[in-house]
Ligand binder design. Structure first.
Ligand code: ATP
Length: 243
């Protein structure tokens, strides 16, 4: 089944079109990356697909449900790990996970089990009693992703999950994200080109609200005629060039 099917998705603010006639299909289980310069429309796209922002026009189905008509159904099957880490700073690692599990309607016992499972998967058990604010940025991000996965979403949107992390923490988080590959449909936005290149099955480069190219990193390099992915990205996001 298609995880996401978008036809002509558009968002305008006044006279400005920030997402312009997007057509895109993402298969279930795919790891998909959205790349683009600042203001390209990545976050706006993700917000529309996760029911946080109403499109101005166009259509999309998420797991077969129409966006704008089956919001509750869609929301129950997706989750978003936002740009800003969404942990409660004064709560411990375990308390953060329990809180989300209870919000999703798990019983006390189930919530305990879920939290324990997540802490094992994300290697957080040793830190379970530490307050979130005492964790490094990388571990906070890990916790944030673990929290987003508690509801077992079929689609997880990761909006710049490694923003501001140092190289080591970023690589650590990549391993965590990579382990999710195939189990959950993953839609990632990032400014780190090597992140998309290393993790994603397919990459979409956006510029000024439009898709410039879509394919695997190798396909994009080949189509651009450039030497490597960074140069291909620059070519596709440069005005008047390949774009
Ligand atoms: N509420 C709003 N009102 C007006 N313009 C907006 C609003 N939200 C976003 N925009 C504009 O839409 C454009 C796309 O923004 P968006 O955040 O989707 O880009 P992005 O690709 O995620 O960029 P970044 O990499 O900087 O996060 C930007 O020019 C932004 O200023």
């Amino acid at each position: 089944m298609k995880a996401i099917d978008i036809k002509g998705l558009t968002k305008t603010y006044g006279q400005r079109t920030v997402v312009n006639q997007l057509n895109l299909t993402i298969e279930e289980g795919e790891f998909f990356a959205l790349l683009g310069s600042n203001g390209a429309g990545k976050t706006t796209t993700i917000k529309m697909l996760s029911c946080l922002l109403a499109p101005s026009s166009g259509q999309a189905t998420i797991l077969g449900y129409d966006l704008g008509q089956a919001e509750e159904k869609i929301k129950s099957q997706i989750n978003l790990s936002p740009q800003e880490t969404a942990v409660a700073p004064k709560l411990s690692v375990k308390e953060n996970l329990l809180l989300i599990a209870r919000l999703y309607g798990y019983s006390k016992k189930e919530a305990e089990e879920k939290a324990a499972e997540m802490m094992t998967t994300f290697d957080l058990t040793e830190r379970q009693n530490d307050r979130a604010k005492a964790l490094s940025g990388g571990i906070q991000r890990k916790l944030s992703i673990a929290m987003a996965l508690i509801s077992q979403p079929k689609i997880l949107f990761l909006d710049e999950p490694t923003l501001g992390l140092d190289v080591r923490a970023r690589h650590e988080l990549w391993k965590t994200i990579e382990a999710l590959k195939g189990k959950t449909t993953l839609i990632l936005t990032t400014h780190y080109l090597e992140e998309a290149e290393a993790l994603a099955d397919r990459i979409c480069i956006m510029n000024k609200g439009k898709i410039q190219i879509l394919g695997s990193a190798q396909e994009i390099i080949k189509a651009s005629g450039q030497k490597n992915f960074e140069e291909a990205f620059l070519a596709y996001t440069e005005e008047g060039e390949l774009a």
